[in-house]
Each structure stands twice: as C-alpha cells, then as structure tokens.
Design a binder for this molecule. Sequence first.
Ligand code: FAD
Length: 404
Amino acid sequence: DGPVIIVGAGHAGYQLAASLRQAGFSDRVCLINDEAHLPYQRPPLSKAYIKGAAGPESLMFRPEKFYQDQKIELIAGRVAAVDRAARKVKLASGEALDYGHLVLATGARNRLLDLPNANLPDVKYLRILDDSEALRAIMPSKKRAVIIGAGFIGLEFASTARIKGLEVDVLELAPRVMARAVTAEVSEYFQARHREAGIRIHLGVQATSIEAEGGKVTGVSLSDGRHLPADLVVVGVGVLPNIELAAEAGLPVASGIIVDEYLATADPNISAIGDCALFNSPRFGGSLRLESVQNATDHARCLAARLTGDKKVYDGQPWFWSDQGDDKLQIAGLTTGYDKVVLRGDPANKAFSAFCYKGEELLGIESINRAGDHMFGRRLLGMHRSLAPEHAADESFDLKGALA
Ligand code: FAD
C-alpha cells in the first residue's frame, strides 16, 4: 500500500507505470527519469533511428499527455539513496519521496573501454538517445569507423555505417561474432553477410590502443600488431547492470540486483525489474539476468499484477531480435547449454532457422528472415513443449500442426 516509486524510466519503468494504471492501481505512481526525454524505445537507437532522419518524438512510448491523463508523475532527476527504514528515496536534488513500494528499474550502462584516448569525442558508445543523436550528427563527416565488439549493437551499427558509405572494420576478441548469444551457424551466416556488404571483420583480436592527433582519432592498433586507420571509433563491449543503489541500501546483489521468482528483493517493499534484475527462474532452474525488451516489459507486467493483488511467479518466455543490414534475426527461447543444432531452411537462400536442442529437448530457435518459425517457437516454448528434431529439419512438416 502507498505510493509506488519507480527508479528509472526505461522500458521496464515505463511499462510498470502504464500497467499499474491499467490494472486499476489508484495510489501515487512516480516514475523517476534521469534522462532529458520522455520515456522512449531503445532498440531503434542502433537501427532505424540512426539510419533515418526522424526526430526524437518518433521514439517516445507516449506523448506527455498520457502521463498527465494517467496521473503518472514523471519526476526529472536521479535517485541518490534509499532509506529503507524510513521508506524514502532521496533524489540528487535533495528532494525526498515516500514509498509504499519501491521498484528499481535502473537498467544497465555501457562497459567503458579502458584505453588511452578512449574519452576523445570521436570515440562513441550507444546506449541512450543522446548517444544515437551524437553519432547521427557526426557520421556524415566521417570516413572510416572501427567498431570494437561484434555483439548485437556493434554489428547493427556496423551495417548502418556501411550503408551510410563509411569504411567499416569490426574487431572481436572471440573467434566468431555474437559468440555469447547465437550458434556458430548463425555467427557464420552474419559474418558472411557483413563481409559481402564490404565490412571487414577481424576475429580473435583486441584493440590495444587508440591513436589520435590534436584530439582527433587517427586509428586503432590491434593485438596482432596491425594498425587500422579510423576517424571514428564505436565501442560495443557490453553493459554493466546498475546495481549500486541497491547495494548501497544493503540489498543483496551479484551480477544484478538479486530478486526471487516474484521479482522481490530481500526487502518485501522493494522489487527490481528489467536489465538490472538477477531473477530466480523456476522455468530455467536458476538465476538469470537478461537484456531485452521482452524481459523488461514482461517483468513489469508481472510486478504490476502482484502490486494489484494478483501474485504470480514470473514465467516469461524469452525472445529477442536484431536487425542487421537486410537481415532480421529473431530468437525465441534461451539457447544456453544446447548440444545439437538442427537447421530448417538453407542459409544460401538467406532464410533459415537454427533449432537448438539439449538432447531431445528444444531450448530455442534462432530465425533469420523466417518470422513464421520465430512465432511458432514462441508459442511452442510458451506451452512448455518441444518438437522432434527430425520434424524441425523437415520443411514439409507443418509446424502449425505441432501447436494443436
Ligand atoms: P533501461 O532501458 O536501460 O532503463 C533504465 C533507466 O534507468 C535509464 O534511463 C537510466 O538512465 C535510468 N536510471 C538508472 N539509475 C537511475 C537512478 N539512480 N535514478 C534515476 N534513473 C536511473 N533489446 C531487444 O529485445 N531487442 C533489440 O533489438 C534491442 N536493441 C537495443 C539497441 C540498443 C542501442 C540498446 C542500448 C539496447 C537494445 N536492446 C534491445 C536492449 C533493451 O533496450 C534493454 O534490454 C531495455 O532497454 C531494458 O530496459 P530497462 O528498463 O531494464 O533498462
């Protein structure tokens, strides 16, 4: 009972506020926003937004009037401390707010590159709208980009930069792109596609220094002794969850803010959702921290239900997407721990899916330009069901029939 204070107005925070009102929550809802924009969608920042010319309003979840109509108090500022005994949060401005329930939806921040010259203006990151704006503004004056990290964001930016006419080199320490997230089959497909587009991908190498003259980047040196000229460096080497506020308030943290299967922290008056939450998942039998829109919004909906009297274990079905050049990658399920991959369709046709199995159990499906397989996977896995590997491999097998 009492006001719900939400720290962070990203995907999770926004969705929680909206879902609370939808579920009839009538007390105060305060959404504390430390970015200088109305709550907005992040995925386009490395995709359509950076490519196009649309203004920031194209990214906003809702116009300002929505928050007024719904009596969602958008409070500009940053929460500096939580006083659990007094059930108060303290903003950096000094203002204090009382909570009945506090929700940490603080997300994650970029892991920074620890190299000399990494703080020069030509070295960019991509997490917030201001980052995407800054890149969009300087790209027309740049000729050669070196991208450090071949994860989703690095590769999405690489394809955009190439389309915009830049020379592009991508550096990746692992032996293949997106190695932590996708199967070798899918990595190989994307490596080939990016190379066809004229992007140079360097695997098994690290940036050892960034060279600059007069404050302007001139190139990047690699661990194998090579040197690549560059006038722009974009770093995509992963994120760190924002757990400090929770830790300083004495809440248990590890590689995220630790919450149970209801998304509650050790303090019953505080929950954590989205990228910052390390949650206990009965479905996957362990602790998980995921970085996806699905995870953030499904967490938010589950918590809104609990706070309005409908307490349920969080049991969201993970899914994800990434747009790179003309290819759309969609992932249903969690493929960690797979021991067998079955392909449906042919990579040569630029449309196929990799069905990932552990034994005979389907863990997840990575689809490239095959939205039907992806939707099938989400529905099947959502029903806690599997599909025989021989049926996955057989294109004449009707997947829809398997859902009946
Ligand atoms: P965030 O969206 O990070 O929001 C957290 C907010 O809390 C931030 O605004 C932060 O500034 C604020 N905050 C932190 N500390 C405080 C504090 N003390 N006081 C006040 N505010 C605070 N996911 C997909 O599923 N598909 C995609 O294609 C995809 N593409 C992406 C592309 C980019 C460029 C990025 C950056 C992410 C992408 N993601 C994608 C991931 C997805 O955007 C995140 O998983 C999602 O935003 C997580 O939501 P969140 O609310 O937990 O965190």
